[in-house]
Design a protein around this ligand. Sequence first.
Ligand code: B12
Ligand code: SF4
Ligand code: SF4
Length: 356
Amino acid sequence: MADDKLRLTENLEKKAREEGFAAFGVAPASLAPKTSQRLKGWLASGGHGDMIWMESRAEERADPIALWPEVRSVIMLGMSYTPGRDPFALKDHGDLGRISVYAQGKDYHDVVKKALKRVARWLVAQTFKDGPNIGVKVFVDTAPVMEKPLAEAAGLGWQGKHTNMVSRNHGSWLFLGAIYTTLDLTLSGGGKDRCGSCRKCQNICPTEAFPAPYKLDAKRCISYLTIEHKGHIPRHLRKLIGNHIYGCDDCLAVCPWNKFAEKAAANKAFLPRAELAAPALADILALDDAAFRKVFSGSPIKRTGRNRMVRNCLIAAGNSGDARLVEPAQKLLTDKDEVVREAAEWAVSELIGFRP
Ligand code: B12
Ligand code: SF4
Ligand code: SF4
């Protein structure tokens, strides 16, 4: 019986690798009480800003059994998106915007979810002889699932001081996905923290978003401000955003464990699209709704919408010191969206030194 379980788990890993997952492990269907306490503490302190969806199903997020009482094991999978190029390469090119590595290729939600479904279907087919009651549910990012602590518990790596999961073989460049199953699989054993005395991610953060190692104040994080946050970007953070226009990789990119990341393991779907690798701010500032949807079709950026992306590019334009961006910014002073109009005023005043 134990042999059968081990064999099934090993074959499952083989199947996961065939489907493009570079990391695999099995965690128990529970999280340590401290994880749930830390989630609640983070929410209570308002660390999540206006991501209200993080609050609404906190009990299920903190406990796999509360989400699905029948779950017995959690299969955690990681897909590599190790970049071929230095994420800091555009830092000093004010006329261009920096899009985080994860969003330059195909939408990982689609790619990872499809692969998870193929692995889950395979598992159901293998175990069909045990009866039709075997259940599987697949999750990536959007469900109330704590993917990082579960990945650590499945031995994929550890949650680093930047709060993301770091892998010895893939550095900080893994997307995570989960398969909850009613099957009792062989557990992989947890990961071990290997951050040691390193503080590189803490020191590089442009907005000082880490109040302490392993703790993030999302309200100060550029990823939150440019992707999740809907209103005006707080004025005191604008200069610090530089030319980040969608997400940020700075804390990930300096992690010394990236030097072991195998570029060859990266899924080809995440290779950068030419127009997203080094986009000109002026081009994005000129987009209306329809043009925006066309340019960003198939990219996770589409969900953010034209107004937020134009707002982000106006902040970057204001930071650029590039006089060629005055005219494209001025055109947006009469935009139909109030947040865009205000960001345009700010950009113009930064670029020409007075408020229009
Ligand atoms: C909400 C969210 C965000 C928010 C908040 C981020 C955060 N750190 O919580 C924002 C919008 C800022 C964000 C940004 C990014 N995200 Co995000 N995000 C999520 C999401 C949906 C939930 C994360 C969560 O549960 N947060 C709640 C907090 C409380 O949990 P936590 O981070 O695990 O916090 C732990 C630590 O703080 C720790 N802790 C607290 N105190 C202490 C003290 C000590 C001593 C210790 C040891 C630990 C400790 O315990 C907490 C509980 O485990 C997950 C997907 C998912 N469903 O899991 C993706 C996810 C975490 N994001 C991901 C990515 C890729 C990013 C970005 C890199 C995107 C980008 N390039 O812009 C950035 C990275 C920013 C960063 N440094 O975290 C990936 C990370 C993959 C990985 N290898 O870990 C995930 C898993 C999505 C996925 N399916 O791949 N994200
Ligand atoms: S993603 Fe950028 S802004 Fe957010 S914590 Fe990391 S370095 Fe700071
Ligand atoms: S940069 Fe250093 S401290 Fe931060 S996650 Fe990587 S090893 Fe840990």
